[in-house]
Design a protein around this ligand. Structure first.
Ligand code: GTQ
Length: 339
């Protein structure tokens, strides 16, 4: 039977010839399905000011500007697997308590006096802090000082959508009742101890606040060892201290230090990355594009695209990706360019 005729015959029975689509299903290597992009700190802030005039956190439920990859507009996706957004809370506002299947991670960008309550424990946010809200756990946010508080949100929404496994619910109160004292989970699980009889979770960390003061102290100490990787300099992975695994199974998050004068080797990894400069400036080469990024800029590096980093002064970079998911499935790969 002729190919077109066969296709038509199969089509009527909800069937298709594999040989016409096989290479698309099993490519020789990952294809570029997203674009590199930078959202500048000034643009983010300027648009956020307007958004704050337009809607309250209560009315919006979450006042967030979604960061959309140009190749995936309208789908709330920063990469092919991850959602990213910028959230702001004005003094006195509350983003009411809710929960959903998607897990969230947050990097605090600006403002003092912000808080997130996660599962009955209130966390005060400071610039550079990393905070997670695990799958299915109630969380509300607020700002109790005189500052507007702004942060970067990362969620595994596209992964939950792919699996069509999402549930959500509003809480009965706008703000949760506090069931544990502030600092409880850090003391309980991240002081070199775990409570006797603690059963570690395979999916989420019992620690959900990773203060920047601790992270910065670690980076500063480790810089003295002067043993930089030739591509990623000093790259640390946030962990669940009770297991050593990613705090969220679907998303990995990293904090990275580049020393002054760093000229990184070109390399590539299969996970697409959302990154944000915490301190300093960086020159990033992504494929044939060269970009300069500064504090508060958010950018995307497509998976399996060649990239390299250069820093004239010391720079701290935060990033997150689906690397932990890829690793748990045995998919993750990396490669350094020949020197
Ligand atoms: O803070 O709960 O950026 O539910 C998107 C969805 C933040 C949140 C987002 C959300 C949240």
């Amino acid at each position: 039977m002729e190919a077109g005729e066969l296709r038509q015959r199969l089509d009527g029975d909800n069937m298709a010839p594999l040989w016409e689509v096989l290479r698309g299903l099993t490519p020789r290597e990952p294809r570029q399905v997203i674009d590199p992009i930078v959202w500048r700190a000034e643009t983010i802030r300027a648009n956020m000011v307007v958004a704050c005039e337009s809607i309250s956190a209560e009315d919006a439920e979450r006042r967030v500007l979604v960061l959309e990859n140009p190749r995936l507009r309208g789908r709330s996706m920063a990469t092919n697997s991850l959602y990213a957004g910028i959230q702001m809370i004005l003094p006195g506002e509350t983003a009411p308590s809710h929960r959903h299947t998607a897990s969230a991670l947050r990097l605090i960008l600006a403002g003092e006096g912000g808080f997130t309550t996660v599962d009955g424990e209130k966390v005060t946010m400071a610039k550079g802090d990393f905070i997670i809200t695990p799958s299915g756990v109630f969380h509300d946010h607020g700002a109790e000082g005189s500052d507007a508080v702004m942060w970067l949100d990362g969620l595994d929404v596209p992964i939950v959508q792919l699996l069509n496994a999402g549930f959500s619910a509003d809480d009965t109160n706008e703000r949760q009742n506090l069931s544990r004292p502030a600092g409880d989970s850090l003391a309980r699980y991240a002081s070199g101890f775990v409570p006797v009889g603690h059963m570690a979770s395979t999916t989420t960390s019992p620690v959900f606040h990773y203060p920047y003061v601790r992270a910065k102290a670690a980076l500063t100490q480790l810089a003295q060892a002067d043993d930089w990787d030739d591509a990623v300099a000093l790259k640390l992975r946030y962990t669940d201290p009770t297991t050593g695994s990613s705090p969220i199974a679907s998303m990995a998050a990293f904090l990275q230090l580049f020393p002054a004068g760093f000229r990184g080797r070109t390399y590539r990894e299969t996970d697409a990355v959302v990154a944000c400069i915490v301190e300093g400036e960086l020159r990033v080469k992504i494929g044939s594009q060269a970009i300069e990024v500064r504090e508060g800029d958010v950018f995307v590096i497509p998976g399996w695209e060649w990239r390299s980093f250069e820093a004239d002064a010391s720079c701290v970079l935060f990033s997150f990706s689906d690397r932990s998911l890829q690793e748990s499935l045995g998919f993750w790969r990396s490669e350094k360019a020949a020197t």
